[in-house]
Design a binder for this molecule. Structure first.
Ligand code: ADP
Ligand SMILES: O=C(O)[C@@H](O)C(=O)COP(=O)(O)O
Length: 421
């Protein structure tokens, strides 16, 4: 295995796995640390999906090290730590603490951090992260339910999370290509920085960074910066990139959308689905906390819906509603109640004949997929940048599209089904 990857949430893991598969690496995604009996021998890359983005830093470190240990045992030559393209984190972590721990694990003293993903509107310029041209702290990420991002300067954001020294490799070096980037890494290392934020404005920047960084023991970033790695690894083996396919074989059965993301893209997708007349049930964390709505109520509702076409169960709400629920229940508790309810609903789905699922939201996908008893995923066709169809490799036979909160076009919940055969 060339590349062992550790992703801090499930949708982030599928995003990265899609990037690596699309660029020509045979890629398997595992849900949590791979089971000892899972055969990973045919994979060039394995992406371990954790749910460590918002847990305590010490716990995130422990889980990430367990994943790293398992990847190393399975032959991984390099590690990649995947976090969100909007750098979702708090001053306590977990990007800084996990990077520190993985640097120590790989016995190395230098890495980079680059969340840029231009295909989804994320660019880094002079260390500042922009989302569709808007500085991160002015984008909708300022209102994220769990990780509100209020500073766009990633050198500053990351420095607050780590005792390692954080530097910057700006776009002039990146624009000048892989050799200049390698020199810039050496220059920053010589002045005492152990992590550098790297600028990237377009895919050719990402490919150049990939070529410059492919030999580092540890790399960190969004899926974008992994774009250049497969070419670097394939070159060394003289292999071609595979051609992409647009259809995906899925098990027969009913379809459902579970949306726990409150990100602005998901809000638009829920609205488009409601406007299109998809049968829908809204969950409010306050009703769940009071018992006015339970997983069983939702399942009873589902049982009364037509079996043709997808149904939608969503807790997606605007920032004012989220704020109101959080001030009543607490930020983390409001999130947990929704996640636990969607997980309870998910557990019952295979027995009810639901085999095709779209799940919106990273934390939400973590909760739902853990409940579905799925260990590993094969990566299929790309629905939108960063979101593939996937199929479970063991256990319940399911087609799953795990959609990052802010990814996908407004009609995502309508069009994704058309790719299934
Ligand atoms: N109406 C709501 N009020 C408060 N929190 C909510 C609500 N709906 C969902 N949540 C929580 O918000 C979090 C959204 O995170 P996530 O699923 O990762 O979405 P995204 O991918 O958009 O970040 C989850 O913990 C979810 O349970
Ligand atoms: O890098 C990204 O933006 C995604 O892969 C990702 O991690 C998204 O996380 P959520 O928005 O929590 O789904």
């Amino acid at each position: 295995m060339k590349l062992g990857c550790i992703a801090d949430d499930l949708t982030g893991a599928t995003d990265l796995a899609l990037m690596l598969a699309r660029e020509g690496l045979r890629t398997i995604q595992t849900i949590g640390v791979p089971r000892a009996d899972l055969d990973l021998s045919g994979a060039d890359a394995v992406v371990v999906a954790l749910k460590s983005r918002t847990i305590l830093a010490q716990e995130a470190i422990a889980q990430s090290l367990a994943a790293a240990e398992s990847l190393k045992k399975n032959g991984a030559q390099h590690l990649f730590f995947k976090y969100c393209s909007t750098f979702d984190s708090t001053d306590e972590g977990n990007i800084g603490p996990v990077t520190e721990a993985l640097l120590a694990f790989t016995a190395s003293d230098f890495t980079f951090a680059c969340p840029a993903f231009p295909a989804n509107g994320r660019t880094v310029y002079k260390g500042h992260l922009f989302v569709n041209g808007v500085p991160l702290h002015e984008s909708s990420m300022k209102d994220h339910p769990l990780t509100p991002m209020r500073d766009s300067n990633l050198v500053r954001v990351l420095q607050r999370q780590t005792k390692l020294s954080v530097g910057l490799v700006a776009c002039e070096d990146v624009e000048a290509g892989p050799d200049a980037i390698r020199h810039a890494f050496a220059r920053e290392k010589a002045v005492g920085h152990q992590i550098v934020i790297v600028d990237a404005l377009n895919d050719s920047h990402l490919r150049a960074i990939g070529l410059a960084a492919a030999d580092l023991p540890l790399m960190t970033g969004g899926s974008g910066v992994a774009m250049g790695l497969p070419a670097a690894y394939r070159q060394s083996e003289g292999r071609e990139a595979p051609s992409s396919s647009t259809g995906f074989d899925a098990p027969a059965g009913r379809s459902i959308i579970l949306a726990g993301s409150c990100s602005s893209a998901t809000q638009g997708q829920v609205k488009t689905a409601l406007d299109a007349g998809i049968p829908a049930l809204r969950l409010d964390p306050r009703d769940l906390a009071s018992g006015a709505m339970t997983p069983q109520t939702a399942l009873d509702w589902l049982g009364s819906q037509p079996s043709q076409g997808p149904a939608l169960i969503y807790s997606t709400a605007n920032p004012d509603d989220v704020q109101a629920a959080q001030s009543r229940l607490g930020r983390m508790h409001a999130g947990e109640i929704v996640e636990n309810t969607l997980a309870e609903i998910a557990k019952a789905l295979p027995a009810l004949g639901f085999t095709r699922l779209i799940v919106a939201g990273g934390e939400t996908s973590g909760a739902v997929v853990n409940a579905l008893d799925v260990d590993a995923l094969a990566i299929g066709s790309e629905i939108d940048p960063g979101v593939p169809w996937t199929r479970s490799l063991a256990g319940n036979d399911l087609a799953l599209a795990l959609k990052s909160g802010n990814f996908g076009t407004p009609d995502f919940f309508l069009k994704a089904w058309n790719m299934l055969r």
